[in-house]
Write a protein of this length. Structure first.
Length: 343
């Protein structure tokens, strides 16, 4: 009988269900996927899952994707109860999935791929992010929804006002709705400011990130919230892929079958957070303006160049966060390294 070197439970998490697969890695490096079962994505389901896994009698690691917010309750439950947990960025799993000879994509094959990934890789233990990041995400996403609703209302107001005989009572109701949404946004901004003031470490980070041209409190808060303080991010390539700002190109032989474009298979809130800051950086910072002008002169597409600036700006936020340094626009004339904060 072969000795088990590693035991992993891979979990494909959805809103209501956990699709689970167990696997062994043996000393001869062969892999066996030997058990499958589904559980509800509830506390009672978590308890049943743990009991089922513990019947295998092997030291175990639970591996799952960071799928929206649905994985969080399970990850917190396992971590709080002392189990080894690894949470992997979705793009890592999807890239790994493409290397496997799997023709049919189902929840079960996804769970199997996650299990195999966990068996083949040395994964870090997941650490629950600071509570402030969770609160930041709730507030920044709420503001995003309020702004989206207000945009729809403003478009409706414009359409109603442009009619030959606009209905005055309809216009009054729309204006009242817009005023209500303005008040909601102001309340959310005030709550965000108070939340950041309460945490001295977070306040310092915000000051660092806001030294970047175009990046204000809302942008910094949104980026930190959507990445949990870059908790799972190890490098710039992972970050751009997580945001969906990575470039995809279809190519066969020497002929290109499709134009290169960003994947958009990532966090839409993170992409949205970088849109306006990139435009501001292009207007007010020579370094980003130079990048933008060079790319536009190359292919003539302003939006494509603006997206490239978004990517550069996001990478810069990551760098300054990791190095705890402020941005100095003049320093970039000779080097790409930021200077340390003094005092």
């Amino acid at each position: 009988m072969k000795n088990v070197k590693k035991h992993v439970t891979g979990i494909d998490v959805s809103k209501d269900e956990l699709v689970v697969c167990q696997g062994h890695l043996y000393e001869d490096l062969s892999i066996e996927l030997f058990a499958h079962k589904n559980f509800p994505n509830t506390t009672r389901g978590f308890e049943s899952l743990v009991k089922w896994v513990e019947k295998s009698g092997s030291a175990n690691r639970y591996v799952m994707e960071a799928t929206g917010v649905y994985f969080e309750s399970l990850a917190y439950y396992l971590s709080d109860n002392g189990y080894q947990v690894s949470v992997v960025l979705p793009n890592k799993i999807s890239n790994y999935f493409r290397t496997l000879e799997i023709k049919t994509i189902t929840d079960q094959t996804a769970a199997e791929a996650i299990t195999q990934f966990g068996l083949e890789r040395m994964l870090d233990n997941w650490q629950a992010p600071k509570g402030i990041y969770r609160k930041l995400r709730q507030l920044t996403r709420e503001r995003y929804q309020v702004v989206e609703t207000r945009t729809v209302a403003k478009n409706q107001l414009h359409a109603e006002s442009s009619e030959a005989y606009p209905n005055k009572t309809s216009l009054a109701r729309i204006k009242k709705h817009i005023a209500f949404l303005d008040k909601q946004e102001a309340e959310i901004k005030a709550e965000l400011s108070e939340l950041l003031k309460e945490d001295s470490e977070m306040k310092k980070i915000i000051v660092i990130l806001c030294s970047i041209p175009g990046v204000g409190l809302l942008t910094a808060a949104a980026v930190l919230a959507e990445t949990n303080g870059f908790n799972l991010i190890r490098n710039k390539r992972q970050l751009t892929s997580y945001a969906g700002l990575d470039v995809r190109e279809k190519q066969s032989g020497i002929s290109i079958k499709g134009k290169p474009k960003i994947s958009k298979k990532g966090n839409k809130y993170l992409r949205r957070a970088m849109h306006l800051p990139a435009l501001a950086a292009i207007r007010h910072d020579e370094r980003f303006k130079t990048i933008f002008v060079r790319l536009v002169s190359k292919h003539g597409i302003k939006m494509k160049a603006a997206v490239a600036v978004q990517r550069k700006l996001l990478e810069l936020i990551f760098t300054l966060f990791k190095t705890q340094t402020k941005y100095d626009k003049d320093f970039f004339k000779t080097t790409a390294v930021a200077i340390p904060i003094k005092g």
